[in-house]
Design a protein around this ligand. Structure first.
Ligand code: XIL
Length: 544
């Protein structure tokens, strides 16, 4: 569809390209191509796609076609010696649906990138484009030898080359691990002293004491679906079994959002599901009071876009009604969700409204902690500077205004650009200065490599568990049929555990679990350093 000279046909576009980027064709020797496109991005764009290279194939793609996008890339200059980009074959308008997609990194040597895949929809001739986002950072990048091949529906996608990604710090002897283990010992464990006494209250020496953890104090949560919790099909029961087995905290993926609560039986069903979660000892976060774009809210709300005062009242009432309805039953509320990308309400009502939503939710349910929540902070190598700066600024403003903000939420929807543990820690530290709780609210690792997914989940959880101020991690679902990114789920449709499920279980129920038999000393006392949580302590000693 595109042959090897296509790189030379790449055009530099994007809304900031004219201001911050320039390009030229340069000669290349010793490679399977003789010319490359060199793009100099003089400063970071406000978004990765503020500067991009595009070219349009002139033939159609059909659903089921096996495709391979390949190119060569090198970093000519950057502040870290590494270039970063996102490459995709996508629809060239509208939803920009991605048919092939891969984040790309390279240093000064030419690196070949291969992105195979099967088209998941039809795109007519002229409806697609290959694009390479370059606005992530100041960098000079060269790209050559770009080809796009369509092998048709009978192609063998498994036999095609594929560039595999990883992350710094994945090695089992990486330096960060020892430090994290030390912090986990300091922040997540305590000394537990057991004294075995006889009927007269005298210590019993040499008694065996079984100290067995029952439940983590740290919330390890997942997004859940009301329909599964209330359903009576065998699969619903299996879903509930897994949920209880693996998690002690939950959040409704969609069922506490305004459109769901706007359904006649929405609130009642959410309350019934909450009853069940309570009965299982599972605590629940509230998501979400205000997601401030019309698209996430009941359709009828849009009609108020021209009537700010009415909109102000209705949104405020929604906060009050919702927080009151679940008062006392929710550990914390995401009061404000994704304010960087969802600006409809702020445009109409002003950003000053944010603090009022926090006040209203506090009045309605003082016992729930109040969180702000956003994506793009920890993800993507923490390189979306505009997003991160904006989050920091929004939090600072809320605090300056005296808004009752208790916690900072980091969604954690990861793709291929997996942020290294060192960068994760640095980014968490940057937000820790606010002195608030910090929670990972929507974790998922959406990569096409189960071992990478498992390793990253293990390391991401380890980083978070080791950070003094992180007070919980919620994964955004666990079962493929009920996951917004099925590939990122822990379990297949038939509940077969994927490597990530096993990694998660090993960490939370083996590595970070205490189950020991001790023997009392001369005074009848035994001590163990255990993970914080609920315990069952038994002694078979006859006199105890
Ligand atoms: C997503 C759900 O997972 C989908 O089922 C739904 O269609 C759209 O919303 N950030 C958020 C979550 O705060 O509420 C979103 O959840 C995912 C991104």
């Amino acid at each position: 569809m595109l042959d090897t000279d296509a790189a030379v046909g790449l055009r530099v576009v994007g809304d900031e390209a004219a201001r911050i980027a320039s390009s030229q064709v340069v000669p290349v020797t010793g490679q399977p191509f003789t010319q490359a496109m060199r793009v100099d991005v003089r400063e970071a764009g406000s978004r990765p796609w503020s500067v991009l290279l595009v070219t349009r194939p002139n033939s159609a793609v059909r659903k089921g076609d096996v495709l391979l996008l390949s190119f060569y890339v090198r970093c000519a200059a950057s502040m870290t010696g590494e270039m970063t980009a996102g490459a995709q074959l996508e629809r060239n308008s509208g939803d920009w649906h991605k048919v092939l997609e891969l984040p790309v990194g390279a240093r000064d040597a030419w690196a070949r990138i291969d992105i195979p895949g099967v088209a998941d929809l039809d795109l007519a001739a002229g409806e697609s484009q290959v694009s390479i986002h370059l606005g992530h950072q100041r960098q000079t990048v060269e790209i050559g030898g770009l080809t796009l091949t369509n092998f048709g529906p009978n192609g063998d996608v498994k036999s095609l080359p594929r560039t595999r990604f990883s992350y710094d710090g994945r090695e089992l002897d990486a330096a960060w691990r020892a430090d994290a283990a030390r912090r986990i010992d300091e922040f997540r464990k305590a000394d537990l002293t057991v004294r075995v006494v006889d009927a007269n209250g005298a210590g019993v020496p040499g008694a065996a004491v079984h100290v067995r953890m029952k439940r983590h104090a740290f919330p390890f949560g997942t997004a859940v679906v009301v329909e599964e919790i209330l359903g009576s099909e065998p699969q619903n029961a299996q879903y509930r079994e897994k949920l209880v087995e693996l998690f002690n905290a939950a959040v409704f993926e969609n069922d506490m959002k305004w459109p769901a609560l706007d359904q006649p039986d929405g609130p009642e069903r959410a309350l019934r599901a909450l009853d069940w979660l309570d009965s299982q000892g599972i605590v629940t976060r509230g998501h979400v009071l205000v997601w401030p774009n019309f698209e996430w809210n009941p359709e009828w709300l849009r009609a108020l876009s021209g009537d700010p005062e009415k909109l102000r009242t209705i949104v405020g009432d929604h906060v009050t009604t919702t927080a009151s309805r679940f008062a006392g039953r929710i550990t914390d509320w995401d009061v404000l969700n994704e304010p960087f990308t969802n600006r409809d309400f702020a445009t109409i009502l002003g950003e000053g409204e944010y603090a009022r939503w926090f006040d209203l939710s506090k009045s309605a349910d003082p016992s729930a902690k109040r969180f702000i929540n956003d994506f793009g902070i920890l993800e993507g190598n923490a390189m979306d500077r505009a997003h991160i700066d904006h989050y920091e600024q929004t939090i600072r403003t809320l605090i300056d205004q005296g808004a009752p903000l208790d916690g900072i939420g980091f969604q954690g929807h990861f793709g291929y650009l997996l942020t290294s543990p060192d960068v994760l820690l640095k980014t968490l530290d940057r937000f820790a200065v606010f002195g608030k709780e910090m929670k990972i609210t929507e974790l998922d690792v959406n990569v096409d490599d189960p071992q990478l997914q498992a390793d990253y989940l293990r390391d991401f959880l380890t980083v978070c568990f080791s950070h003094r101020q992180v007070t919980g991690v919620t994964q955004w679902g666990f079962w493929a049929p009920r996951h917004w990114r099925p590939r990122a789920a822990l379990f297949d449709a038939d509940f077969t555990p994927r490597p990530a499920a096993i990694a998660y279980r090993d960490l939370t129920f083996k590595t970070w679990w205490t189950d020991q038999t001790l023997t009392t000393d001369a005074q009848g006392t035994a001590v163990v350093r255990g993970f914080l949580g609920d315990y069952e302590i038994t002694t078979p000693h006859a006199d105890a």
